[in-house]
Design a protein around this ligand. Structure first.
Ligand code: SF4
Length: 214
């Protein structure tokens, strides 16, 4: 990011944070992933049970290793490689009662709407209700002008890239664009648009002035 991109990111992030606050959600801005990681770690109280939801953003910034190093923390991690698919599913159920859920958002609009698309639905379910606190780490690359462009970004960029990452056999892996497939391996099943929350500041969006995740 050059100085002009950094300035754009910070300016737009602060506009979004104001709009999140109008929707009873909280937001904050960090110019770098490293600073965002430190600030998120400081939000985690001792003894907290943390639910890990899918996010290349959190994974690539080394957040999970840093959380695991905190004293007295339990991580509910369905991405462990040493457990069966049934055990992973059970951890996704258990995560719904965690103290804190951490993930990213597929997109965020300028007026502060969080837009997501899930295959299984556990991530959008936990964002909506369950864990007492939700922390979403969102790079400036996920900012969309409005709902329509947020959904287009997800369908024609984030989902095909994720489909390729998962190694599924869906048409978008070949074409790069969504064709609304009916494949049994389809990863796009549940839309979520969060426009606000009755529990003030339950959702905290950490906007980051870098391109992170998909
Ligand atoms: S609906 Fe199917 S084709 Fe479209 S992005 Fe999802 S997996 Fe790919």
């Amino acid at each position: 990011m050059d100085n002009h991109q950094c300035r754009w990111g910070e300016t737009v992030a602060h506009k979004i944070i104001k709009n999140l606050e109008k929707r009873r959600m909280a937001g904050s801005y960090a110019p770098t992933a490293a600073q965002a990681k430190d600030e998120i770690l400081s939000m985690i109280p001792k003894g907290a049970i943390i639910y890990r939801c899918g996010s290349m953003t959190a994974t690539n910034m080394g957040l999970w290793e840093a959380i695991a190093a905190l004293p007295g923390i339990e991580i509910i991690d369905p991405y462990r490689t040493d457990i069966t698919p049934e055990e992973k599913l059970e951890l996704r159920r258990k995560g719904m009662t965690a103290d804190i859920m951490i993930s990213s958002s597929n997109a965020i609009t300028l007026d502060g709407k969080l837009v997501n698309l899930d295959g299984m639905g556990n991530r959008v379910a936990a964002m909506t209700f369950g864990p007492r606190k939700v922390i979403l780490v969102v790079g400036v690359n996920k900012i969309a002008a409005d709902l329509e462009s947020a959904m287009a970004r997800i369908k024609h960029y984030a989902a095909p890239v994720n489909a390729a990452r998962f190694g599924v056999d869906t048409p978008c892996v070949e074409t790069g664009l969504c064709v609304d497939c009916k494949s049994p391996q389809r990863i796009c099943n549940m839309w979520s648009i969060i426009e606000g929350h009755m529990i003030k500041d339950r959702i905290h969006v950490k906007l980051v002035g870098e391109n992170l995740g998909y």
